[in-house]
Design a protein around this ligand. Structure first.
Ligand SMILES: Cc1cc2nc3c(=O)[nH]c(=O)nc-3n(C[C@H](O)[C@H](O)[C@H](O)COP(=O)(O)OP(=O)(O)OC[C@H]3O[C@@H](n4cnc5c(N)ncnc54)[C@H](O)[C@@H]3O)c2cc1C
Length: 419
């Protein structure tokens, strides 16, 4: 079993970058997660030059530890954020068009405990699927709405469960890190991965250039640009403190744990993914995918972008599984992988104790002191393209309808897209 929790900042690979010692571009992006890479594609589509810097690998941050769903957010049925839901449903269809090889439609079952809960799920899910009826490539064999009783009872998870039935809804699975790499491959940006930012030069209240050090071979580089975007995910506050001494926090961070079980016998008895409402907008997922059973996720307030998995957090996930699916001996199933990711959530003006209630919506902020620096705060995989489309339009003055239709370039899985 790999314990993903104790990872250090990834070591740089052997070799060197072919980038020149002085890189001059129109837009400099720091952070090569889904937001940084989506922005690089948007700028390329508009003919604007850019460079993307990351301390680690492309797609090596939070964007590789998500639940891997491109979704409208079924949890918003509880939190009532219909605008975010509708944006997610629309973006889901866009991703299915841009990268069909990185997406797979699924019919999720949402189990219910009794008649009243079943009726309310049918109503909410009815709206969710009606608003999300644009589903390019949806397999005709997948049924939505009430799951027939016999079919629900035949699922290996239904034995002794408190649930009496289920309603099926549609959502889109993805492979998050590969999707990020496809976005990177769809751009002509200069890629400066495994580069440490050593400092910045300023000029008249603006960022002018950054001093970089290649972590592979120690080469020094200067990156200069008139416009800067930081897309640092959960590391935003930490980096602004390190680079500019800022102490106020724009984000609240929340870790989420996934466990991947290697349980072929149970897997063979699981029909479709289950999504179980846990209250306060929390969902417990049990998803058969890639020959494994993916379960998650938890929600714990944390202070850093990389955190260890706590025993209490793991125990919380097991207890939720045992309460909802008691016939499975979860703690004795072989675990292939445990993964913990940290969600960057925008800190609201009035702070709450828990993070489950916080919006997943992103904010684009112009730095209050550095007029040419934009910060990407919060957000989701699902809405990253749309948000970066808006930002690129703003920065370049050029809208680009092709952003919603031009297929991504497939990263071939052999060579990093940035070489
Ligand atoms: C448990 C969990 C489940 C989730 N599930 C979903 C889901 O199902 N669907 C969905 O749409 N969203 C989901 N999300 C949200 C989504 O994963 C994130 O919001 C998104 O990946 C953030 O992308 P980003 O580009 O902003 O950040 P990141 O991917 O973290 O990118 C930031 C980059 O900045 C780099 N960086 C950090 N420090 C420095 C530095 N000093 N110098 C240079 N570079 C630096 C990092 O290496 C990293 O590559 C989930 C999040 C979590 C944690």
């Amino acid at each position: 079993m790999i314990d993903d929790a104790t990872r250090p900042w990834p070591a740089a690979p052997e070799g060197s970058s072919s980038a020149s010692p002085h890189v001059n571009v129109e837009v400099a992006i720091i952070g090569a997660g889904i937001h940084g890479c989506a922005l690089a594609r948007e700028l390329t589509l508009r003919g604007v030059s850019c460079a993307v810097v990351d301390k680690g690998a492309v797609g090596g941050g939070t964007s590789q530890w998500s639940s891997q769903l491109l979704h409208g957010g079924i949890r918003y049925l509880q939190t009532g954020d219909i605008r975010q839901m509708r944006e997610g449903l629309s973006e889901r269809a866009t991703w299915a068009t841009l990268a069909p090889w990185r997406t797979r439609w699924e019919s999720f079952w949402m189990p219910h405990r009794g008649l009243f809960e079943g009726l309310s799920h049918r109503l909410g899910i009815g709206l969710y699927d009606a608003w999300g009826k644009d589903r390019p490539g949806w397999p005709a064999a997948f049924k939505l709405g009430s799951v027939p009783k016999a079919q629900f009872a035949a699922d290996g998870r239904a034995v002794d469960t408190p649930f009496r039935g289920a309603v099926a809804y549609a959502d889109l699975l993805t492979w998050d890190r590969d999707l990020v790499k496809d976005l990177a491959a769809s751009s002509t940006a200069t890629w400066l991965d495994f580069h440490e930012v050593e400092g910045f030069e300023m000029d008249a209240g603006k960022l002018k250039s950054a001093r970089l050090r290649d972590r592979r071979d120690g080469t020094a580089r200067i990156l200069a640009a008139p416009v800067w975007v930081f897309a640092l995910g959960p590391w935003n506050d930490q980096c602004l403190h390190q680079w500019f001494g800022e102490t106020w926090k724009r984000l609240r961070l929340s870790s989420g744990l996934h466990i991947w079980f290697d349980a072929p016998e149970l897997l063979s008895r699981c029909a479709r993914p289950w999504a179980m409402m846990q209250g306060h907008g929390r969902i417990l997922f049990v998803i058969p995918r890639d020959g494994l059973l993916q379960v998650g996720t938890t929600e714990r307030a944390v202070e850093e972008g990389c955190v260890p998995i706590l025993d209490s957090e793991r125990d919380e996930l097991y207890r939720a599984l045992e309460a909802n699916i008691p016939s499975v001996a979860w703690r004795s199933l072989p675990v292939r992988l445990e993964e913990i990711g940290v969600r960057p959530l925008v800190r609201p003006p009035k702070d709450y104790a828990g993070t489950a209630k916080l919006s997943r919506e992103a904010v684009l902020e112009t730095h209050p002191k550095l007029a040419n620096l934009r910060l990407v705060l919060g957000g989701k995989l699902t809405t990253a393209r749309a948000l970066m489309d808006r930002l690129a339009t703003e920065l370049s003055g050029q809208p680009c309808p092709r952003s919603r239709t031009e297929p991504l370039t497939k990263w071939d899985g052999q060579a990093p897209p940035m070489q």
